[in-house]
Design a protein around this ligand. Structure first.
Ligand code: F6R
Length: 595
């Protein structure tokens, strides 16, 4: 959550456009407020910030015209302090001689603010980014140089964050990190730092990943790294070969639309990766011998765990416990032991809830495996084995292609463990492609019918139940309508009371579950509800539901997976119909590095 970017350039120049561009790339991390600070060669700080999205605030405050040798930008996903001008970042120190911004969460912010006030500092906001600035100021006031002051501040700031700061009277900038992502880029005429790689790559492919507890000092032509004890670290930069094409919209209106259309391609890439992976077999071996098997994630990644559990039970005869990461700690910590295996699932690899769960599992000696999309993320480092999801960048806040690949990875592992031939999965990319192409025209009339409903349900059973949960999450996330995902048979135990004339209920249907879904459909249609079924073409569904979105015929396991594609597309279309931006739903952030 939140994003930071900093640059030190060779000459005094218009830094505004570079900062705005970085803001666009980082905007998936937070869009409650945005701010820029530039410092010119005379040490004059120009700070402009306000609540709102990048384009609006940049226009309103004319970021474009901002000049300087040094500059920083921050995008905020609010935690400490409501989204407002005063809580926007960057922040100044008491005398306006330093400026800094952070991403992440400083959990002792309230106590720190009181201490800073008692020490006579000027505290202007309730935002924890300001606490990072004062934490450094506190030691600079005692006469320490910046690196030493930052080392001390690091001990005072509890939580996970990355932070950039500059003094007006120097020609360099500093950044440090604990828990959140931070990467530096070395360009021809500038050195930059950022919360993520895609915002650095347009400027340079020569990068350096900053580790926890490291402090980077950067000038326009070089950088220095110190560890938390003050020792100088030697590290060679890496050269990144990936193209930036993945981070562009490529002709689609939104990243979400593009990413849904990429699903068949990334599925194929994942299958290649899995077939070539030397890690799959040792993972399976350990899983076969495990006492308990836990699949752990949050949000969409948790829904993939649910699906994984269904697959494992069917195909391997082994029960796997799908569990939300914080509940894994609350419920299963006392029962964990060295013979247990956890598969931790996360697109970002930085979700704090998941990393917390891993810490607990590690303490108990359990094996840590993961399914993760962002290579180099914390999750890849703390896992004994990690399987990369091979999706490339997922920019849109709602997860789509990473979800389908997580599900495919679970299906692949279950098939391998169950002794099945995984080559049957090779038809999956084509089936996904066909599902996307054929469901789009089918969705057109349905989106019209349901777009104005503020409340609806997504019901599934057995194999397709996790897909109903995921479809409901997508709908509520980007349409802001309340959509609950539920087991179809549970609907009659209470929620059925919500049904009125035309009330929409979407059913995800795996072929073997048609009979039980038909009961669910009839229970709602006889009360005036509007039933929409997503499943293989079936006369029984056509005869009972009002609308049927058909998916191509396949195996039951694949059919269940395919039902989520029309739901992703429907949520996308519905979001547009309701006038929202599906890529950046309000209040949300792509990477959640807070508890
Ligand atoms: C929903 C969504 C979130 C994430 C959740 C976990 O579309 O994207 O629910 O799935 O925040 O994130 P990761 O997978 O990065 O751990």
């Amino acid at each position: 959550m939140c994003g930071i970017f900093g640059i030190v350039s060779e000459d005094e120049q218009h830094l505004g456009p570079t900062l705005i561009e970085a803001g666009h790339r980082l905007s998936y991390r937070g869009y409650d407020s945005v701010g820029c600070a530039t410092i010119d060669s005379q040490g004059k700080i120009d700070l402009r910030k306000n609540a709102g999205k990048v384009d609006t605030v940049a226009k309103e405050l004319n970021f474009e015209e901002m000049t300087g040798i040094r500059g920083m930008l921050q995008l905020r996903w609010a935690t400490f302090g409501e989204p407002s001008q005063i809580n926007s970042q960057p922040h100044l120190d008491s005398d306006g001689k330093m400026v800094g911004a952070h991403n992440g969460n400083v959990v002792n912010n309230v106590e720190l603010r009181e201490a800073f006030l008692a020490e006579g500092m000027t505290v202007r906001s309730t935002n924890d980014g300001e606490s990072c600035v004062h934490a450094v100021e506190r030691y600079v006031r005692k006469g320490m140089d910046m690196v030493t002051a930052i080392r001390h501040a690091y001990n005072d700031l509890q939580g996970d964050y990355a932070f950039v700061i500059a003094r007006a009277d120097e020609d360099c900038m500093y950044a440090f990190k604990k828990g959140s992502g931070l990467v530096a880029g070395i360009a021809e005429d500038a050195v930059v730092i950022s919360s993520d790689l895609p915002s650095v790559l347009p400027l340079t492919r020569k990068i350096m990943r900053i580790e926890d507890g490291e402090i980077i000092t950067f000038w326009h032509d070089h950088l220095e790294l110190h560890d938390i004890t003050g020792r100088l670290i030697e590290r060679e930069p890496e050269l990144i070969k990936e193209t930036m094409e993945a981070a562009q919209k490529g002709g689609y209106a939104h990243f979400m639309e593009k990413e849904i259309h990429e699903e068949p391609k990334v599925a194929e890439e994942l299958l290649n990766l899995l077939d070539g992976s030397a890690d799959v077999e040792p993972m399976l071996e350990r899983m076969r011998d495990a006492r308990n098997l836990y699949f752990v994630g949050c949000g969409t990644s948790y829904n993939a765990c649910m699906m994984g559990s269904v697959y494992f039970s069917r195909l391997t005869g082994r029960a796997a416990i799908p569990v939300l990461a914080p509940q894994f700690i609350a419920q299963f910590a006392p029962a964990l032991g060295p013979d247990d295996v956890g598969i931790f699932v996360s697109q970002s690899g930085e979700t704090k809830d998941v990393l917390n769960a891993i810490e607990v599992a590690k303490d108990k000696g359990a094996s840590i495996f993961s399914l993760v999309n962002v290579i180099g993320s914390t999750l890849t480092k703390v896992s004994e084995y990690h399987l990369p999801m091979g999706c490339g960048y997922e920019i849109s806040v709602p997860a789509t292609k990473t979800f389908t690949n997580q599900v495919i990875a679970f299906l692949y592992l279950a098939m391998r463990m169950g002794g099945q031939d995984t080559s049957a999965l090779r038809e999956l990319p084509d089936l996904m492609d066909k599902t996307i192409r054929t469901s789009l025209p089918q969705i057109a009339t349905i989106e019209e019918r349901i777009k104005d409903w503020e409340s609806l349900y997504c019901l599934g059973y057995g194999l397709s139940y996790p897909m109903a949960l995921e479809g409901a999450l997508k709908i509520k996330e980007i349409t802001y309508a309340h959509c609950e995902g539920m087991l179809s048979t549970e609907f009659k135990h209470g929620p059925l009371a919500a049904v009125t004339d035309g009330y929409p209920i979407i059913f995800t249907v795996a072929p073997e579950d048609v009979p039980i879904i038909l009961s669910g459909i009839n229970e709602v249609t006889c009360r005036g509800g509007w039933a929409i079924a997503i499943g293989e073409d079936d006369q029984r569904l056509r005869a009972n539901a009002h609308d049927v979105i058909t998916i191509p015929p396949s195996t039951p396991e694949i059919a269940a997976l395919l039902t989520v594609l029309p739901l992703q597309l429907l949520s996308y279309r519905m979001s547009l119909q309701r006038g929202f931006d599906p890529d950046f739903p309000r209040n949300l952030s792509k990477t959640l590095t807070v508890d």
